[in-house]
Design a protein around this ligand. Structure first.
Ligand code: MCN
Length: 778
């Protein structure tokens, strides 16, 4: 049953955390009050449009901008040379590949383009359509080069080289684990099972494409950029470094965001150039990317090819794991591009007790859009590989797939653990979610039902995914939280995280209301303004609640401590005798000597009412650094039916049992899981970014790129268990990516199971009708 929401006024004070309080952001979003970046208007605002490269791989000769400059409404046309002339380098900092080839990413291409849609020139005009029309008048001399859009093209002998410094198109190579111990495990094995698994390229597609509005206030020497982003502070940092403007002169504000999904973490050329153009022209400048611009030049994700092999005992215990990942980086390496495949390698033990493991990684340049983060960033890739392998091992050894998993789970009493591939898991109880999922789905009777259905020509299949991920910040991570109580008792809280749909205004208010014992409605949450919130790391890696919530809780705790000092003074008692509960300070053992936190806050702003040595004001900022990451987990089970005559796949059931530690708002958790599952099913069944042999993007619009529609998705039957994280004061683990990580292997394993009577033991996603129809025909 879906989680029932409650109205905040029906929740008892102090019990907001843990309640499924209705999202407070929805009325604003549903009634058209929301204000996205494209809704931002200023007088004299000009419009920026970017010319993307027509080709996937070409040398650039002369660029003739004269006709565009003469076009109606055009204010200026810029190329890379103009950026250099202004005194900036015109590049984004190169991602550090650690012992590899670092390549800079030009804001506007110079000399060469390496993927279709790479920005080549910029037009600023009075009107948006003036700017887009003028793009067609720019003459670029391209000298086309042979292209390498696929990993195998880029790695082939004699492949065209994308970057002079990257021999064989390899950007970096790395490895994790213990190679000698792994080889020994393989030499002791009774069985080995090997699999080649491809993670298909997907294109993050948020409802709101990228956008920015930049203003330069010359008299104040202030640059103000409003944009659709997940990480305002890192955008501020990038604007400052790329445009050579001191950081304190740069303000970044984030209006409502129509989805980010990882792809709006970093600013793109359009964001940075709108700021540069605003400074050059001394006018506000808006850049609103079109859908096709986003398909071509926003980051793409996932594309990896992995060889993986398990060493097994005769009974089916995993003894060792070895593998190799070829990771597509696209035409340029982003920070995500070089980090994500390493993260995949480190996550490949999954939920299993693997004594020895070794995985190598090779990052490869191809003539495609750069690869970076998309919901899960490295962990969906890993879960897909290990969960496909777990099912393959069970098949090979003729062990029930649920039993094979259970047999190899890391036992709950062993946490915290460090896996053989170098990841730490804080806490877990893997059998619990598997058992509950099996119970809900009625696994006991499933095989008979499957057999009976087959006899009637109906091909049902069941697929398991017992996933774990690592998210929610890390010991090297930091997040700021500010809590201020105003004299009249209202509370303002701010963090450096950035909601893009997750419901932070609801859940952060729940955390702070409980901590201060105030009314939920008294708490206002601010994000997305670098002038108003403390430094922080934005929203990625499902870190907002564990990190931002941790910081807010710490700041609120300090506020209570300050309140205790003031209350002791007011109640003429010793501080040690003051108790705090439900928003009230009390003298221990004297029930009628109390003062509310609101009254204390009022006193805090009247210096005459304060004890000696206590500063006026009721405001605290805390910077939270956790002990370590959090490792949410769960089991998802899909039951599908595949029609071998048409290749059609239909869902019979989709059951998810997840454990994200302590839940602050179960409705938000449920929503995050279900949204995530939709994206995982998207990759499993529908979505694939494809290039042709000349590196032209064949899926450059919503006509060609198959985003799943709501009616194509199953009803997700969701339940949860709660194993708290020891690594943050809330006990919460991140949930934002879990559904995406879990879903794909459950669905593909189910399709393989459905088609097993046809000898199918492997399928490549997406599971299009053609793929399934061909598979059923051998
Ligand atoms: N929550 C909770 N209890 C928990 C964990 C989380 O109540 N134990 C709540 C949080 O308070 C928050 C929400 O669930 O309101 C998600 O929290 P968290 O797991 O901390 O994740 P983030 O807020 O950091 O979101 C990031 C994550 C990522 S990395 C991507 S990508 C993503 C996602 O969340 N992009 C999204 N979910 C998205 N949802 C929407 N609608 N839009 C996106 O762009």
């Amino acid at each position: 049953m879906p989680v029932e929401t409650v109205e905040a006024e029906d929740v008892r004070a102090g019990e907001f955390a843990g309640s499924a309080v209705k999202r407070r952001e929805d009325p604003h979003l549903l009634t058209g009050e929301a204000r996205y970046t494209d809704d931002v208007q200023y007088p004299r605002m000009a419009h920026l449009a970017l010319l993307g490269s027509q080709y996937g791989h070409a040398e650039i000769g002369a660029i003739d901008t004269s006709a565009a400059e003469d076009a109606d409404g055009v204010l200026a046309v810029y190329t890379h040379d103009d950026l250099l002339e202004s005194g900036i380098e015109g590049t984004m900092p190169a991602a550090d590949p650690e012992n590899g080839v670092a390549v800079e990413r030009p804001l506007l291409a110079r000399e060469r383009v390496r993927y279709q849609g790479q920005p080549v020139a910029a037009v600023v005009a009075e009107g948006r359509y003036d700017a887009f029309r003028a793009l067609d008048l720019i003459e670029v001399e391209y000298d086309r080069l042979e292209a390498a859009p696929e990993l195998e093209d880029a790695l082939a002998e004699g492949a065209p080289r994308l970057h002079d410094a990257a021999e064989g198109n390899v950007c970096f190579e790395s490895a994790t684990g213990d190679e000698a111990a792994t080889e020994e495990a393989f030499s002791d094995a009774d069985h080995t099972v090997a699999l080649t698994v491809a993670n298909n390229r997907v294109i993050p597609t948020a409802m709101e494409p990228r956008a920015a509005v930049a203003q330069y206030r010359k008299s104040e020497d202030a640059l103000i950029v409003e944009l659709s982003s997940q990480n305002p502070h890192s955008v501020q940092d990038r604007l400052s470094s790329v445009l050579d403007v001191p950081e304190h002169r740069v303000t970044v504000r984030v209006p409502d965001v129509g989805g980010g999904f990882g792809a709006k973490l970093q600013p793109y050329s359009g964001h940075l150039l709108s700021a540069w153009c605003a400074m050059a022209l001394e006018r506000p400048v808006k850049w609103q990317a079109r859908r096709t611009d986003d398909f071509q030049s926003m980051v793409h994700a996932r594309h990896q090819e992995t060889e993986i092999e398990a060493a097994l005992s005769a009974e089916g215990d995993i003894l060792g794991l070895r593998g190799h990942i070829d990771a597509d980086l696209g035409g340029y390496a982003t920070g995500g591009g070089v980090g994500i495949p390493r993260g995949t390698a480190a996550m490949l033990c999954g939920q299993y007790d693997v004594p020895a493991g070794h995985v190598s990684v090779r990052g490869v340049f191809t003539n495609t859009a750069p690869i970076s983060a998309y919901r899960g960033a490295g962990r969906p890739e890993a879960a897909y590989v290990i969960e496909r392998l777990a099912s393959a091992c069970a098949r090979e050894l003729e062990i029930d797939p649920a039993e094979f998993r259970r047999r190899n789970f890391i036992p709950s009493e062993e946490f915290p653990v460090e896996t053989a591939l170098g990841r730490s898991y804080d806490s877990g109880d893997y059998e619990k979610t598997l058992d509950r999922a099996l119970e809900i789905v009625g696994y006991d009777g499933f095989r008979q039902r499957q057999e009976a259905a087959r006899e009637e020509g109906k091909y049902l299949g069941i697929g398991f995914s017992s996933y774990v991920e690592v998210c929610g910040g890390s010991s090297g991570d930091m997040e700021g939280g500010l809590v201020r109580m105003n004299p009249e008792g209202g509370v303002v809280v701010g963090t450096g995280t950035q909601d893009t749909g997750q419901g932070h205004a609801t859940s952060f208010a729940q955390v702070v209301a409980d901590e201060l014992g105030v009314d939920y409605d008294a708490v206002e949450v601010i994000e997305g303004d670098t002038d108003r919130v403390p430094e922080g790391g934005g929203t990625a890696g499902s870190r907002s609640l564990p990190m931002g919530g941790g910081a807010l809780r710490e700041a609120a705790g300090r506020l209570v401590e300050k309140g205790r000092t003031i209350a002791a003074h007011q109640l003429e008692a010793s501080e040690a005798d003051i108790e705090f509960d439900d928003g009230e300070f009390r003298v221990r053992g004297v029930p009628d000597r109390t003062v509310t936190i609101e009254a204390v806050a009022e006193a805090a702003y009247s210096p005459g009412d304060l004890p000696e040595g206590v500063d006026a004001g009721m405001e605290e900022t805390a910077f939270f650094t956790p002990e370590g990451s959090t490792a949410p987990f769960g089991t998802h089970v899909a039951i599908v039916e595949v029609d071998p005559d048409t290749g059609e796949l239909g869902f019979e059931r989709y059951v998810a049992v997840d454990d994200v530690g302590t839940q602050i708002n179960p409705k938000l958790v449920e929503g995050q899981i279900k949204g995530g599952v939709a994206q995982g099913i998207g990759q499993a069944v529908y979505e694939e970014g494809r290039y042709d042999e000349n590196a032209n993007l064949a899926t450059g619009s919503l006509q060609d790129y198959a985003m799943p529609k709501s009616w194509q998705l199953p009803e997700v039957e969701w339940e949860s268990t709660e194993t708290p994280s020891p690594n943050n004061p809330l006990g919460a683990k991140g949930v934002g990516e879990a559904g995406t990580i879990a879903a794909m292997p459950a669905v593909v394993n189910a399709a393989i199971d459905a088609l097993s009577p046809f000898g199918v033991d492997d399928l490549d996603a997406p599971l299009s009708e053609e793929t399934l129809w061909r598979a059923a025909r051998g």
